[in-house]
Ligand binder design. Sequence first.
Ligand code: PEP
Ligand code: MG
Length: 604
Amino acid sequence: MTKDQREKPKKLTGIAVSPGIVIGKARLVDRSRVKILYQYLIDEKQIKWEVERFEEAVRAAKKQIIAIREKMPKQIQEHSFILDTHLMIMDDSMFHDATVETILKERINAEWALKKSLQKINKLFAEIEDEYVKERVVDVEYVAERVLRCLAGKEQESLFEIKERVIIVAHELSPADTSSIDIGKIMGFITDVGGRTSHAAIIAQSLRIPAVVGLESVTWEVQDGTLLIVDGYTGEVIINPDDNLIIQYQEKHLAQKELESSILRMSHLPAKTVDGYKIAVMANIEFLEEVAAAKDHGAEGIGLYRTEYHYLRGNELPGEEELFSDYKEMAELMAPYPVTIRTLDLGGDRLSPGAGTKTETNPALGLRAIRFCLKNPDIFKTQLRAILRASAYGNIQVMFPMISGLQEFLDTHAILKQVMGELEEKGIAFDRGIKIGIMIEIPSAVSVADILAKHADFFSIGTNDLIQYALAIDRINEHVAFMYQPFHPAILRMIQHVVKVGKEAGITVSLCGEMAGDPLCTSLLLGMGIDELSLNAWGIPAIKQVIRSISMEESKADLERILELDTAKKVREFIEQRMSQLIPYLGRKDLNAEEGSLRGRAQR
Ligand code: PEP
Ligand code: MG
């Protein structure tokens, strides 16, 4: 194929679940479900054989799973219990005996009988309250699928059989699939479905292979052999990249690798400038499971724990005990470092069926975050009780999102005080000195930051929303993405003002939006006097390294010049020029363009 005949590059963005960059050929793995097309009656004399056909399929399926378990890579053997569970499911009476009984009683074919068992099991699981257990129905489905394939005589291609180095492209990958990944062959994987906590995502991290999930339709866009670039840092997948893109990503990959290996070794050193000014670098997390990665990457605390997951994952609201045990474990794991728990930020684009959040005409300006909590005090109090109780077990701080002015904060504080009073009455332990923070992410809060600073223990600037509201651009609308400009002079002035008034009031000022993780912003924020940065764990070593390479004196001098520049473009150019020596790929606009790319949660 000549250069001109090649298909044009196409970029898809999904959820980056395991970091790294790979460039390679796609291998489409068909995991479409076996269709049960026929229901037929079995002749009396054949019934025994039909039962035997089912038993034989179960035996074959078991054999396959045992083979996978035996060959499972060492790094992920701790997850082999999932395969044991699959074996147990095949012996379970509701799965096995019930199917045999249906074949015998109703004289129908094994496929149909198994489908009937599955329907009953599904019904049972639907009634289970515990969300985690409820979700385990997928394991029953994986097992049934395997048995059905054995009945149909359709061998499912095992990932073990893949001989060349490829990037797996699949609608979804089952635990048996991910247990069969040979890292000598499989460079990475991308899937249509899946989320940050999916089994496949966890395995990719353990195996340290890049993975992007939730791409929705990638299996429709890609064929066997299609050239792909998978960027497990940003969630970008490039289909049919041209030579320029390949070179760019190869450079990014090399620069990233070099950088990572050198800075990971130093990630536990403090983030101290060459002239001795130290700030704290912390992690933003959404799940308890991310705490280990945060610690490994040198986080000095959790600066933002987004707590929505427990509310979004099912139809039921989480109970106080579920939240308490999650917060307590996190506090214990991170102690003595702080864990900053942000109270619920539901609403907007985060709709929870359990909490009854609804789509609104203008969701970003709707009943979101603290507004939702003040309207639903019972839901709010349950979370506050869990946070306060957990505060007895470590260094927990609490902060409130989307505070727009003092009255809203006072109303919020009153509820917190009320919950504290109730716990006290019952003699339940909590940290009476718990630090209380305000997220500064609405322009009105910036204006009255001096007033708010008198009432809070700390500020945390949420630039993702602050930029959205200050520049009037919907952070999830791709049509205005080009206007998402952290370097807009208005944004810089706002941040500077908040840091200044916070410092005057003697409170800590942190920044936890995506700007905290952009190395181009580090010197700028340092020069302003920010006390803490909180960002995605993977980015911490790089940010710490930048801090260790610059001086406070220079950062302040640069800031003075930056604040005189009148457009975002000029600011970016100035910073890029100053920073390009520090990290080779930093200056690459094409790879790091902040303007025009909605970062962080907005991309999910
Ligand atoms: C922010 O708005 O900058 C922030 C950190 O919170 P979220 O992205 O969860 O809204
Ligand atoms: Mg926010």
